[in-house]
Design a protein around this ligand. Structure first.
Ligand SMILES: *[C@@H]1O[C@H](CO)[C@@H](O)[C@H](O)[C@H]1NC(C)=O
Ligand SMILES: *[C@@H]1O[C@H](CO)[C@@H](O)[C@H](O)[C@H]1NC(C)=O
Ligand SMILES: *[C@@H]1O[C@H](CO)[C@@H](O)[C@H](O)[C@H]1NC(C)=O
Ligand SMILES: *[C@@H]1O[C@H](CO)[C@@H](O)[C@H](O)[C@H]1NC(C)=O
Ligand SMILES: *[C@@H]1O[C@H](CO)[C@@H](O)[C@H](O)[C@H]1NC(C)=O
Ligand SMILES: *[C@@H]1O[C@H](CO)[C@@H](O)[C@H](O)[C@H]1NC(C)=O
Ligand SMILES: *[C@@H]1O[C@H](CO)[C@@H](O)[C@H](O)[C@H]1NC(C)=O
Ligand SMILES: *[C@@H]1O[C@H](CO)[C@@H](O)[C@H](O)[C@H]1NC(C)=O
Ligand SMILES: [Ca+2]
Length: 584
């Protein structure tokens, strides 16, 4: 059911404001007139005008989700689906859309939740919103002002070739999220008639770009948040985006373009060999660090691989070309590609420039493409990497359909140049979280240990930077304990990028993060291990626990222990000697 102001009788709309809102039904409060009467004053944020004529609302009853969603458990709930627009006074023609799902008044639990997007999208459609409503929170998303909820930031980033739209850049960087939460929290208070002085708990949940957006808020507006559940954030932007091209340049530099099946075979053999290093033979490499220390990739050389031909089709809405059957034995060259990718970018003088994926993650960025006229596998430029260079560094000036002339040093220069240019917007690694900490904020930060899109070590580096900056005088262990009091990092065994991993189906995923965070914030139940669930395969639905960094999982006689292992910890730390600046 959908309706506009004009089509809804106003008499019902106003009746709720007389009694207590908690007793009101959605029919009474989810009306355009009621909502208009509860909008924050139009100038309550300096420079922003809410457009009350833009309000659209409808009731959605008995929506249900789950049980295998990654970021929330199964639930059935009803809500008021509210969309409205605002504009920045100084920008003619500017229009930003925000959408909030408001729980039934009887279910409201004094909570607000902001959500974010992925890639260049500032929201994840409506996929993240159930994760708030089911916990009695108002859940919000924004379109960033880019032209609609499904328009991504990259589409709005240029005014013309050579000219960035700085408003879009800053909105994407952090401003749109700040505005979303300011409007959302004020609207929540008024919609539910919350008394002054009643606490409204404020949460953030997001993964990947959504994780970066979350950190953009915690780092800048610390006292606005009570808690954040953040996964695999796409922060340290210039390094993260450019590193997507690193695997391409490895193949180009070594002059070997492996068929994907050959790299997949290396991954499968790695998983089989490293599974037991964690003490539990379950098909999951829970200790990629021990795998890195003890597994010799060259043992895979000579093993036969085979993948059947595929007809091509669609992947993420993009057509994929047909591929021939791939049949062969793993070559020295392919293993060398794997080794180089895992080592991470070093410059021409051999100095480390950036970190890389864990042993056991798939080689998604290697990404070769079959050319049917030459019957060869060839370089296929990684889209996210190419877009960063073409759009944000060159402002549409570069043709990156190939990487001719690009070297390891070129990548290094792009990383450092991009860091300088986007330090105040997209980099998002400010390591001093004092205002957030002083206001009592809590963070659960997690990252799949087999992430093939954002290296797991990227999250470790940030957590360590915060520890280092905020507890400079404490020993490593004391600093880690002090930080874990309010900011915890969990590496999720076997998990892929913000998702479960089909190659390690028995791995856990922290589906109940928001519940755990709420218990921490509101009831002071500090997690010791992170609650997680197997979301696929034979063990579907079983509960698992994940160790908090820097402790690492090790099973002894079937029992999980979280151990301190300096040698393993050291494998996660990179000395970026190739970058003459601190890289947080
Ligand atoms: C929603 O669920 C409730 C409780 O099960 C039921 O009474 C109601 O009829 C349902 N409403 C709709 C629109 O399905
Ligand atoms: C929520 O409202 C938007 C804007 O009117 C609409 O496009 C969308 O379909 C609505 N969603 C649901 C589930 O009703
Ligand atoms: C950027 O280049 C693409 C073609 O490569 C073109 O379609 C697009 O319009 C350009 N963007 C702007 C803002 O000119
Ligand atoms: C790797 O293992 C998966 C199952 O875990 C299988 O589907 C796939 O075919 C294997 N790939 C190769 C190249 O052997
Ligand atoms: C792969 O190639 C080998 C040698 O050419 C052949 O013996 C084998 O049957 C092939 N396997 C498949 C599944 O096509
Ligand atoms: C495919 O191979 C042919 C023949 O070697 C070559 O001319 C062509 O440029 C290649 N196509 C692509 C897309 O690289
Ligand atoms: C913008 O740059 C792209 C190449 O990146 C080019 O194809 C396009 O013609 C340019 N547009 C204008 C308006 O110059
Ligand atoms: C922990 O996860 C299990 C499922 O694995 C779930 O039943 C339980 O409610 C979760 N606990 C918390 C505190 O979220
Ligand atoms: Ca295992």
């Amino acid at each position: 059911m959908r309706f506009h102001a004009a089509s809804w009788p106003s008499i019902l709309a106003v009746s709720a404001s007389a009694g207590t809102v908690a007793a009101a039904s959605l029919d009474e409060v989810c009306t355009v007139n009621y909502i208009k009467s509860k909008l924050p004053g139009s100038q309550f944020i300096q420079g922003i005008t809410l457009d009350s004529s833009s309000v659209i609302a409808n009731i959605v009853r008995n929506a249900s989700v789950g049980p295998t969603e990654s970021f929330y458990p199964a639930a059935t709930f009803s809500y008021c689906n509210l969309t409205l627009a605002y504009s920045h006074d100084a920008r003619a023609g500017d229009r930003v859309l925000v959408q909030y799902w408001l729980p039934e008044p009887a279910q409201f639990q004094n909570r607000y939740l902001s959500s974010g997007g992925g890639g260049y999208a500032i929201n994840s459609g409506t996929q993240s919103l159930p994760g708030g409503v089911m916990y009695g929170a108002v859940a919000g998303r924004t379109d960033g002002g880019f032209g609609g909820f499904s328009v991504q930031a990259d589409a709005a980033m240029l005014l013309a070739n050579g000219t960035l739209d700085y408003e879009t850049l800053y909105m994407f960087g952090y401003k749109a999220q700040w505005e979303l939460s300011q409007i959302g929290k004020q609207l929540t208070r008024k919609f539910f008639d919350m008394k002054d002085g009643t606490k409204l708990y404020s949460y953030y949940q997001g993964c990947s770009e959504g994780g970066r957006e979350g950190w953009s808020q915690i780092q800048r507006f610390g006292d606005e948040w009570d808690g954040a559940a953040i996964g695999a954030p796409a922060f340290r932007w210039s390094f993260q985006q450019t590193q997507h091209l690193y695997s391409n340049i490895v193949t180009q530099t070594l002059g070997y373009y492996p068929p994907p099946c050959e790299m997949d075979k290396i991954v499968n053999e790695t998983i089989s060999a490293c599974d037991v290093l964690d003490g539990l033979k379950d098909g999951v490499v829970s200790r990629s660090d021990l795998c890195q220390l003890h597994f010799d990739l060259s043992s895979v050389v000579g093993k036969p691989y085979y993948c059947p031909a595929s007809a091509g089709g669609f992947s993420f809405g993009m057509p994929t070309a047909p591929t021939p059957a791939q049949n062969g034995t793993v070559s020295e060259e392919a293993v060398e590609v794997a080794r180089e990718v895992i080592r991470g970018l070093r410059d021409s003088q051999g100095r480390q420039v950036y970190l890389s994926y864990q042993t056991g993650a798939t080689f998604a960025d290697v990404n070769t493409e079959y050319n049917s006229s030459s019957d060869k596998w060839e370089l296929s430029v990684n889209g996210l990497g190419a877009e960063f260079i073409a759009l944000l560094l060159d402002k549409n000036g570069t043709d990156l359909s190939n990487l001719d002339g690009v070297t390891y040093d070129t990548l290094k220069n792009w990383m450092i140049g991009g860091m300088q240019e986007y330090y105040s917007t997209l980099q998002t690694t400010w390591p001093d979280l004092t205002p957030f900490h002083q206001a009592g904020g809590k963070v659960i930060h997690f990252h799949g240990e087999a992430d093939n899109s954002i290296p797991t070590a990227s999250s470790v580096r940030y957590w360590e930077s915060v520890r280092n900056i905020m507890y400079p005088h404490l020993s490593y262990k004391d600093g880690a304990n002090a930080l874990n009091d309010w900011y915890q990092l969990y590496l999720v065994p076997g998990a892929a990028h913000c998702a479960t991993n089909p190659l390690m189906p028995n791995g856990p995923f922290p589906q109940t993060n928001l519940q755990v965070l709420i218990d921490w914030v509101e009831k002071d139940v500090k997690p010791v291990t992170l609650n997680a669930t197997v979301l696929q395969g034979d063990h579907l639905g079983e509960n698992r626990q994940i160790c908090a960094w820097p402790l690492r999982p090790l099973w002894k006689h079937g029992n999980l222990q979280c151990e301190y292992d300096q040698k393993s910890i050291d494998t996660w730390h990179y000395d970026l000697k190739g970058v003459p600046m601190p890289v947080y």
